[in-house]
Design a protein around this ligand. Structure first.
Ligand code: C2E
Ligand code: CA
Ligand code: CA
Ligand code: CA
Length: 279
């Protein structure tokens, strides 16, 4: 038994070897997906309920795997975030988003911003700001056509660096939203100091509206916080008319969720904009 104990501590067990291999293989598969153009973006409309108009979209990544079929981001983004792979993915998403904007502008659509999700690791990485600067120049697209969504976790790493990068983005006209707001390290301290534009209420709070009083209370608190700090506030994951109504009553008029639209193909998103803008 003692022998086994020592072996267990010292040596790789077969199941561990398998885990490591599959982890490595998965990373290689993600890299291959980038090289072979297996990713694509879908676009979920964001609605201003005061006018009913779509005022923007969120770009969400999808993986069309040649054998496994459609894979959602929860099944590869966390793995990619363990290495610089997430930076390659982020760069791909940014470039694809700007290509989409060029397509839309060329087809006569009025400028409508698209928000992209950027991992904290990528956001504070060297070259991030230079990459966006170059990209905007290369595609000749104004910075206010993209927005960056980042989660709160990134702020605790290096406040000064975050402020510097955000100031650089601001100078380009790129707005910044705090994604999944309320689920991370909320601190009034950083909220006041950072040049933010929007708080995005996480869907875990929105989905508790109505059936749990706390859901309403948390949404109300976030809306009030945003108002006090003069930030925009948008609710994600709005699925029912009741949730929409409560949010409107709280003063949160920017909504995103299945109640309005699922994430759409580039073409379907463009059709919505065309129809809206021909009125
Ligand atoms: P997120 O940024 O919080 O995105 C919102 C997620 O909620 C999306 O899931 C969206 O499809 C889903 N959703 C939208 N409306 C509703 C609704 O009414 N009800 C419910 N239950 N869900 C709704 P998705 O596309 O599977 O993305 C999951 C997460 O993966 C995202 O959460 C984001 O953290 C990450 N992700 C997605 N695309 C990218 C990307 O391009 N880059 C990075 N770094 N992360 C991404
Ligand atoms: Ca997001
Ligand atoms: Ca969320
Ligand atoms: Ca998220």
């Amino acid at each position: 038994a003692k022998q086994n104990g020592r072996d267990n501590a010292k040596f790789f067990q077969p199941h561990m070897a398998k885990e490591v291999t599959s982890h490595f293989q998965k990373e290689q598969e993600v890299q291959k997906a980038l090289d072979c153009d297996q990713f694509y973006l879908v676009f979920q409309p964001q609605i201003d309920t005061r006018s009913g108009a779509v005022f923007g979209f969120e770009a969400l990544i999808r993986w069309q795997h040649p054998e496994k079929g459609l894979i959602g981001p929860m099944d590869f983004v966390p793995l990619a975030e363990e290495s610089n792979l997430i930076c390659r993915i982020g760069e791909w998403v940014l470039e694809k988003t700007l290509q989409t904007q060029v397509n839309w502008l060329e087809s006569g659509i009025t400028a409508t911003p698209i928000a992209v999700n950027i991992s904290g690791r990528h956001f504070i990485s060297e070259g991030f700001l230079a990459f966006i600067t170059d990209l905007l120049k290369r595609y000749e697209v104004p910075g206010n056509l993209i927005k960056i969504e980042i989660t709160e976790g990134v702020f605790i790493h290096d406040m000064a660096l975050c402020i510097e990068i955000m100031a650089g983005l601001k100078a380009l006209g790129v707005e910044i939203s705090v994604d999944d707001f309320g689920t991370g390290y909320s601190s009034l301290h950083y909220l006041k100091r950072l040049p933010l534009d929007t708080l995005k209420i996480d869907k875990s709070f929105v989905c508790e509206i109505g059936d749990q009083a706390e859901g309403d209370k948390i949404c109300e608190a976030v809306v009030q916080l945003a108002q006090n700090l003069e930030l925009n506030v948008i609710a994600e994951g709005v699925e029912t008319s009741q949730q929409a109504e409560v949010l409107n009553q709280l003063g949160c008029y920017l909504h995103q969720g299945y109640y309005y639209d699922r994430p759409l193909s580039e073409t379907a998103a463009r059709v919505i904009l065309k129809a809206q803008q021909s009125h």
